[in-house]
Write a protein that binds this ligand. Structure first.
Ligand code: NAP
Length: 283
């Protein structure tokens, strides 16, 4: 058996086309979705991420604004910038690229973003809304994983989903989203004993650890769906996920590749959240 690929590239292309069409419609009502991206410092990976986000915005017709600040920016100055963007009617979404330099308190900065513009979905009120099933912005990476499951028509009700990793931006919200769709969810982390025994029971596995070969073929139930969020480098320096892709694809029914899987979906869901924020600004 060889698993079918769930391509984040193809799904993103379709979704971004729809976002582009809805943006054009919104523009006829006088609103162009606007995303402001704040980058503090020179972290090379962050520079690539923000460039990709700004480019994706331009491709669907959004207005995007990239604010670059030196690493020495004070927290008070950063909070002032966030406050100014909160008050700017042309900015519907605000994203502060993480990680921030060590002297800045990331959680305090995120809490300063207006929940109406929290398109990353990291604000406590967004997290609380997800937890309680109220409307709010969902964090982009796990939301992208849900869209990938939806794209194959997968019905989560009554299925056992095992999420590996419990970060606030991926693992925990992923578990909440799966729970909302009536899956039975197991959330594993670094203190989990016998990870393999949990993963072996899973109909759906989502790995968000950041370490190669966390999930190998012997751990996967035949026919399971495997979503790989991890981003790592192999011995040749090539991008790879947490999952032993070549081994696991022989056992799973569906699998997401790295690259070309969850990564593009994360940016697509950021666009989707920004479009929603702009649409809500009309009501
Ligand atoms: P993180 O904050 O470092 O969290 C990693 C999680 O993995 C933690 O909960 C940790 O447990 C758990 N863990 C570590 N070792 C483990 C082990 N041996 N067994 C089970 N669990 C273990 O990372 P993150 O921000 O969630 O990101 C996870 C990965 O996804 C990274 O590779 C990141 O680059 C990638 N990512 C990709 C995208 C994308 O768009 N494709 C977006 C976001 C993140 P503890 O809580 O106990 O420490």
């Amino acid at each position: 058996m060889s698993a079918q690929l769930i391509s984040g590239v193809d799904l993103s292309r379709q979704m971004r086309q729809r976002i582009k069409e809805q943006t054009a419609l919104l523009q006829t009502k006088g609103v162009t979705p606007g995303l402001a991206v704040i980058l503090v410092g020179e972290d090379p990976a962050s520079q690539v991420y923000v460039r990709n986000k700004v480019k994706a915005c331009e491709e669907v017709g959004f207005h995007s604004r990239l604010e670059r600040h030196p690493a020495q920016l004070s927290e008070a100055e950063l909070l002032e910038r966030v406050a100014a963007l909160n008050g700017d009617p042309g900015t519907h979404g605000i994203l502060v690229q993480l990680p921030l330099p060590a002297h800045l308190n990331a959680q305090r900065v995120i809490e300063a973003i207006s929940p109406d513009k929290d398109v990353d979905g990291f604000h406590v009120s967004s997290a609380g809304a997800l937890m309680t099933g109220l409307p709010g912005f969902w964090p982009c990476t796990p939301h992208g994983c849900m869209k990938m499951l939806e794209s194959i028509g997968y019905k989560l009700r009554g299925r056992h989903a095992v999420v590996i990793g419990r970060s606030n931006i991926v693992g925990k919200p992923m578990a909440m989203m799966l729970l909302q769709q009536d899956a039975t969810v197991t959330l594993c982390h670094s203190a989990t004993q016998d990870l393999a025994s949990h993963v072996r029971q899973a109909d759906v596995v989502v790995s968000a650890v950041g370490r190669r070969n966390v999930v190998t073929a012997d751990m996967v139930k035949p026919g399971a769906v495997v979503i790989d969020v991890g981003m790592n480098r192999d011995d040749q320096g090539k991008l790879c996920g947490d999952v032993d892709f070549e081994g696991v694809r022989q056992v799973a029914s569906y699998i997401t590749p790295v690259p070309g899987g969850v990564g593009p979906m994360t940016i697509t869901m950021l666009l989707d959240n920004t479009l929603q924020a702009a649409q809500r600004s009309l009501s």
